[in-house]
Ligand binder design. Structure first.
Ligand code: SF4
Length: 279
């Protein structure tokens, strides 16, 4: 059994979150530059150029990519041979607290959805834990802004809806979001599982590398179909009209009940912050 010092976990979460806030991922930077070549609208091109300039300024001056620095989602993959000597969720929240205080990042979490007092340090994070094999701990942080998250959706279809129903739901969700989700988007689609599993699949789809393609041919075909349909909406960068409404659509699937076809659409705006570390 390998014992991981929880101070290491706190330090990792802090470092990942500061990196996320200021530094766009290399795959995102490449996709935005590719989008600039593809975009046909002059206004859309102007927005994409501003996004590139914003990425450069954020990195150079160590200021956030966006004023909404998000609520933190954490995915933990814990090897079965790993042990902790204390409370790992407390260690993660300590890392969140340190990053948001030290980085002067906006604190965006309220204590209760009804009373709505700010917790003051952006805690608690939303933590998803999966037990795997081996003696490693993988930590992925996903600070998620409210704009794109608010425009996301989940629906419990029956199987009769089929692929046509799924495509219509995704397109309706993107159309309803318009510019509010700050496109160009990355769209995570979760299909299958049940009421709680489908949104989790959609969120996990958002942390796939932007060049990653589903290894399942029928799912890959759906990803391509959805991306073409979303870009045909004409919403464009930041909703000003154009040919690039989404940079990528990622579809994750899971077995489900014979009577069900759960579908979740998690919209991710163009800042697309997520970073991982293996301890
Ligand atoms: S949706 Fe994204 S880009 Fe838009 S305000 Fe929120 S975090 Fe910022």
């Amino acid at each position: 059994m390998r014992v991981i010092d929880l101070n290491t976990v706190t330090d990792a979460v802090r470092a990942l979150l500061l990196d996320c806030a200021f530094c766009a991922g290399p795959d995102l930077k490449t996709k935005i530059k590719e989008a600039l070549q593809k975009e046909e609208s002059p206004l859309g091109k102007d927005v994409l150029n501003q996004i590139i300039e914003n990425q450069e300024i954020a990195l150079r001056e160590q200021i956030p990519l966006c004023q909404d620095t998000g609520q933190v989602v954490v995915f933990l993959e814990v090897g079965g041979e790993v042990a902790f000597t204390g409370d790992i969720e407390a260690a993660i929240n300590a890392g969140v607290r340190q990053a948001y205080m030290e980085g002067y990042l906006r604190k965006s979490v309220v204590n209760c959805p009804l009373i709505r007092n700010n917790t003051g340090d952006n805690t608690p994070a939303i933590i998803h834990t999966r037990i795997t094999t081996g003696d490693k701990l993988k930590i992925t942080v996903v600070p998620k802004g409210g704009g794109a998250e608010n425009m996301s959706a989940v629906k419990m279809f029956t199987p009769a809806a089929g692929e046509e129903g799924i495509v219509s739901f995704v397109i309706d969700t993107v159309r309803a979001a318009g510019g509010k989700a700050c496109p160009p988007l990355i769209i995570g689609v979760g299909i299958g599982g049940n009421l709680e599993k489908a949104p989790l699949l959609a969120k996990e789809a958002l942390i796939r590398d932007l060049d990653d393609e589903s290894p399942l041919p029928h799912v890959r075909a759906l990803e391509e179909r959805l991306l073409a349909a979303v870009n045909a909406t004409g919403i464009g960068p930041m909703g000003y009209g154009g040919t690039v409404t989404a940079l990528a659509v990622k579809v994750n699937t899971y077995p489900c009940h014979i009577a069900s076809l759960p579908v979740a659409v998690n919209l991710q705006c163009h800042v697309a912050r997520h970073k991982s570390m293996i301890l």
